[in-house]
Design a protein around this ligand. Structure first.
Ligand code: 5AD
Ligand code: SF4
Length: 442
């Protein structure tokens, strides 16, 4: 029996796809790379914006045709599966197995049932599951907390993933130890709000304590995603400053620079608090690379509000930003109570923000020219003759393929910068991973 998994959305979804892939393998399934080869196609969905939802709708339409033609089994998991919107789609397109983000460990049962199987419960054993290390990978994700206790008015995630539940530290450390033994040199700790780790379970370490524990395990690089400005406390900044393995790349979503908009988003902090966090980060970690998420065109956002987002961008001078047009999501408070702005207004603001982001990314990238950075080279670049990796600050870095013949960590002197890329020359290898060519994908 052969299965194919298609993944949309964030790193949490990628991790979950890896989790179900290992469940399938342990049940004797073979994983294949295309729908045509598969008896079971499992779609891991995202509901955070309208676009990924529409992509899933059209994919399910195609899968239904394939099912009618040759009797395919269709599965749906992830955030959309947890919502009415997704369940209606599942009915319409003949989905056989539907698992919410908290029900992934029901997969074996679902595959045994010879009828439609839907599970939307939040099962605790999802947190207990330790997937085996991904084959040949140098970089891996580890979930440390699931769910989100915030209630941002635009966001569907608290509905789809439920409240915060931290994973037992022993399981996290065990999973990371297995990754280390398998040759992984970079681990990213994952959660919708990693900063809240441990708060829901008495006796668990705090996020700052967990960072120190993981940072002391001998993995050269430790990262984490995503943070929240109200939970990004001083102890976390201190832990990063005092633990060399932790990458000084901080992704701190601001969403808007206007207090009026932040209030309507229910973001629980104001511009001044956010800027104070940034000041503290810069003071303790002068070489930190900063990135953010910004939503443009939130309902009621005026030109003045948007100007405040632009001015906050200049005050911080982000290295990178992920920018989104506000997308009304059924089931969120903003969808219910606020009127969406005209699309032209939102698109025009996004364009202006992208210009700002490009200027700053170029400026920040130029600051690295002449410096030597540690690059985790992972595989062929799109550019002929180059391999691609990323440095500790998460910048994509290209080096001549002949200088980095195997994937692994290299010391690279940056020679040139564009708004999106750094180009460098290898000046030394640091513990290159013992993985032969050809380059592993992914
Ligand atoms: N519309 C646009 N962007 C959104 N995000 C979350 N919900 C929405 C929405 N309804 C963005 C936020 C968040 C990132 C993961 O996705 O910026 O930080
Ligand atoms: Fe959504 Fe806010 Fe939770 Fe992030 S922290 S997932 S934006 S509710």
């Amino acid at each position: 029996m052969r299965a194919h998994i298609i993944t949309y959305g964030c790193q949490m979804n990628e991790y979950d796809s890896h989790l179900v892939a290992s469940e399938l393998v342990s049940l004797g399934w073979e994983l294949v790379d295309s729908v045509e080869e598969a008896d079971f196609v499992l779609v891991n969905t995202c509901a955070v914006r309208g676009k990924p939802v529409e992509k899933v709708r059209s994919l399910l339409g195609q899968l239904r045709k394939e099912k009618e033609r040759r009797g395919l089994l269709i599965g749906m998991m992830g955030c959309l599966a947890q919502l009415d919107e997704g369940q209606q789609m599942a009915k319409k397109f003949g989905v056989d197995v539907l698992l919410g983000p908290g029900a992934l460990t029901s997969l074996p049962e679902a595959l045994k049932a010879n009828e439609r199987f839907w599970d939307l419960t939040f099962r605790e054993d999802v947190l207990d599951y330790i997937p085996p290390p991904p084959k040949g990978a140098l970089s891996a994700h580890v979930t440390i907390i699931r769910g989100c206790n915030h209630h941002c008015t635009y966001c569907i995630v608290p509905t789809t993933r439920g409240p915060e539940v931290s994973r037992h530290p022993d399981l996290i450390l065990k999973e990371i130890e297995l990754l280390k033994q398998a040759g992984v040199v970079e681990v990213t700790l994952l959660g919708q709000n990693v900063n809240s780790y441990g708060k829901d379970q008495p006796g668990f370490p705090s996020f700052a304590e967990l960072l120190r524990m993981v940072g002391g395990m001998g993995i050269p690089r430790v990262r984490f995603l995503t943070s929240h400005p109200v939970n990004f406390t001083d102890d976390i900044i201190e832990a990063i400053a005092e633990t060399p393995a932790i990458c000084r790349y901080i992704h701190l979503p601001v969403q808007s620079g206007s207090d009026r908009v932040l209030r309507r988003m229910a973001r629980e902090y104001r511009r001044a608090h956010y800027l104070e966090r940034i000041r503290k980060i810069r003071e303790a970690l002068p070489d930190a690379v900063l990135s953010t998420d910004i939503i443009v065109g939130f309902p009621g956002e005026t030109e003045e509000d948007f100007q405040e987002t632009l001015s906050l961008y200049d005050e911080v001078g982000y290295d990178q930003a992920y920018m989104f047009i506000y997308s009304p999501r059924p089931g969120t408070p903003a969808y219910k109570h606020f009127q969406d702005l005209p699309r032209e207004v939102k698109v025009e603001r996004l364009m202006r923000l992208i210009e700002k982001q490009k200027e700053w990314s170029y400026r920040r990238n130029l600051e690295w020219v002449g410096k030597t950075v540690e690059v985790l080279v992972r595989g062929e670049a799109k550019e002929e003759g180059f391999v691609q990796g990323h440095d500790r600050g998460n910048h994509p870095v290209l080096v001549p393929a002949s200088q980095a013949p195997v994937p692994g960590l290299y010391q690279v002197e940056i020679k040139q910068a564009t708004p999106h890329l750094l180009f460098g020359e290898v000046v030394g290898a640091k513990a290159p991973a013992p993985i032969p060519c050809p380059w592993p994908r992914g």
